[in-house]
Design a binder for this molecule. Sequence first.
Ligand SMILES: [Fe+2]
Ligand SMILES: [Fe+2]
Length: 133
Amino acid sequence: MDFKWDESHSVGNEVLDDQHRRLFDVLDMMNNDKGIYNRSYNAVYITYLEQFAKSHFRTERILMVDNCYEGIEQHVESHRQLLRKLSKIKAEIDDKDIEQRKKLIDFVLDWKVNHILTEDMKLKHLFGPKVIS
Ligand SMILES: [Fe+2]
Ligand SMILES: [Fe+2]
């Protein structure tokens, strides 16, 4: 399966697109990583995802505030839910159990489909050319 970012995933903002592209690359990497040489497979990706999420969500929040986005409360709440889900997974899965990586991959896939391609996509109109009336 190919998880690479393409133009159809664009939310119309270069910084966010670049960050989303990095997340999709990590998803692709996780999917292809057989974990043979890395005994703490899950811990490495969880740590990366936690740091990525915090900084990415901060970027989105700033852009939403700057652009007076009306749905900011709901959007920020769904970021909190994603962080809660990730810490639940962190508590549940074993560092070294390669079989459990599916849980983590499913989490990122769910983030991609149910957040980036739906919630983040709603931000697109903020970044388009401004209509002056
Ligand atoms: Fe995002
Ligand atoms: Fe978001």
